[in-house]
Design a protein around this ligand. Structure first.
Ligand code: PRP
Length: 214
């Protein structure tokens, strides 16, 4: 088990697509991998240890070196700014960050309130626009904020657009496109370069194949 690769996987919506991608790349992941409640899963056949983390925490595990690799959304990378390398755009879980709010409403002139799970990204975005805003950090159900008068606008992920639509909200601006990335701890990248390069090679082939098909 000396050169085991520890991989931090995000629980939730990215997990399934990430597991599928690893399987397509020929890695043997057991069926129980998908609906286990375990937080650490050893896959002895591949000499992998998976740790299942909250998506926002994946770069933290990788930065501290308790995971060699991780799969993290670009949104998380932009928000967290951790000392890790981004190795590969996995081109999965595509979505984007947008400014949204109630339709036909103007943003408050004086320090409009922006609710978001992404305070750093939102603050940087409005700073670049030359707008002074007050950021209100929430942890989920962000769409509630303008509906009940907590905020003028939200900055949040849009995937299918259903959540906005079903709650009567509209998009005002797109901030940045998001996909999931393979990230690595800089020391692991040096020490385990052979195994990591092999994994990157196999994933790159699958991603290129997907692109040709689509
Ligand atoms: C995300 C995001 C939006 C929704 C967008 O929330 O914050 O609310 O998904 O997806 P859609 O465009 O396909 O509707 P998530 O489900 O991760 O839960 P959260 O509200 O707890 O953040």
């Amino acid at each position: 088990m000396s050169d085991v690769l520890t991989i931090a996987m995000p629980k939730g919506r990215i997990f399934e697509e990430a597991a599928e991608l690893l399987r397509q790349a020929g890695f043997q992941l057991p069926p129980e991998f998908d609906d286990s409640r375990k937080l650490i899963i050893d896959v002895l056949e591949e000499n992998f240890r998976f740790i299942l983390a909250k998506p926002m925490d994946v770069p933290t595990y990788v930065e501290h070196g308790v995971a060699d690799l991780g799969i993290a959304g670009k949104d998380v990378m932009l928000e967290e700014e951790r000392d890790v390398y981004e190795l590969l755009d996995l081109k999965i879980s595509a979505c984007y960050l947008a400014v949204a709010g109630l339709p036909n409403t103007k943003i408050n002139d004086v320090a409009p309130k922006i609710a978001t799970k992404y305070p750093q990204i939102a603050a940087a975005y409005f700073r670049e626009q030359g707008e002074q805003v007050e950021i209100i950090k929430l942890n989920g159900s962000i769409e509630l904020a303008p509906m009940i008068g907590l905020a003028d606008r939200i900055v949040d992920i849009v995937s299918t657009g259903r959540t906005l639509k079903e709650n009567g909200l509209v998009e005002y601006e797109t901030i940045v496109g998001i996909t999931s990335r393979l990230i690595v701890n800089p020391v692991s990248y040096r020490m385990k370069d052979e195994r990591i390069s092999e994994m990157v090679g196999r994933l790159t082939e699958v991603i290129a194949g997907e692109e040709i098909r689509s």
